[in-house]
Design a binder for this molecule. Structure first.
Ligand code: ITT
Length: 189
C-alpha cells in the first residue's frame, strides 16, 4: 500500500516519516510538480485540500499536514500564513521577533491539522493537535526546523530546537495530532 506524503517541507517530511515508522505503508514523497494553492480559511481546510488533491491527482492514498504558529499578542498571526511570512526560516523568525518587539505577552500556540485522503480524493481520516508555548526574544537551539528556535515550551524549559527529536515528537502540535490519528490509521488496516 502506497501513501504519498504531500509536503514540500523537508523538516515536516522527516517528522511525518518518523511517526509512520512501523506502519504497513510504503511512503512516497509527493512529486514537486504537484503544487496546491492553500486557499482554505482554516488549517484543516488546507490539510484536506493538500491531501485530497494530491490523492486524486495520483490515484493513490495521500497524507498532508497544515500547520502554523499563532501568537496571542499579534492576534493569531502568522497563523495560516506562517509559511508565507518570509522567504526563509531565518527571515520568518526575524520578522516575528520584530513584530513582537518587547511585548510582555509572549504566549503562542502551534497548531497542526492532518488529513489522509483515499485515492479518489475523499477524506478517510483527520485530526488536529495544539502545543502551547512562548516566543523567546532570541533563538535557542539548532534542532528541528521553521520557528523551532524561538518556540519555548515552559514545562520542559526548552525550545523545540533544543529538544531531542524524540521529545519534540511527543510534545509538539504534530505529536498531539498523530497521537489521535495513528490508532485510527491502524484500524484502517
Ligand atoms: P507544505 O505545505 O508543503 O507541507 P509548508 O512549509 O508550506 O509545507 P505549511 O503551509 O503548513 O507548510 O506552513 C507551516 C509553517 O509553519 C512553515 O513555515 C513551517 O516551517 C512552520 N512550522 C510548522 N510546523 C512546525 C514545527 O513543528 N516547528 C517549527 N515550525 C513549524
Amino acid at each position: 500500500k502506497q501513501l504519498i506524503v504531500a509536503t514540500s517541507n523537508p523538516g515536516k517530511l522527516q517528522e511525518m516519516q518518523d511517526y509512520l515508522i512501523g506502519f504497513d505503508w510504503n511512503l512516497q514523497l509527493k512529486p514537486s510538480e504537484i503544487d496546491i494553492e492553500e486557499t482554505g480559511q482554516t488549517f484543516m481546510e488546507n490539510a484536506i485540500l493538500k491531501a485530497s488533491q494530491t490523492a486524486k491527482h495520483l490515484g493513490k492514498w495521500a497524507i498532508a499536514d497544515d500547520s502554523g504558529l499563532a501568537v496571542e499578542a499579534l492576534n493569531g498571526s502568522p497563523g495560516l500564513y506562517s509559511a508565507r511570512y518570509g522567504n526563509s526560516d531565518q527571515e520568518r523568525i526575524e520578522r516575528l521577533l520584530n513584530e513582537l518587539g518587547n511585548n510582555d505577552n509572549r504566549k503562542a500556540q502551534f497548531v497542526c491539522a492532518i488529513a489522509i485522503a483515499r485515492p479518489d480524493g475523499s477524506i478517510a481520516l483527520q485530526s488536529e493537535g495544539i502545543c502551547q508555548g512562548e516566543i523567546l526574544k532570541t533563538p535557542q537551539g539548532t534542532q528541528g526546523f521553521g520557528y523551532d528556535p524561538i518556540f519555548y515550551v515552559p514545562p520542559y524549559q526548552q525550545t523545540f530546537a533544543q529538544m531531542t527529536p524524540e521529545l519534540k515528537r511527543d510534545v509538539s502540535h504534530r505529536g498531539q495530532a498523530f497521537a489521535l490519528l495513528l490508532p485510527k490509521l491502524k484500524e484502517l488496516g
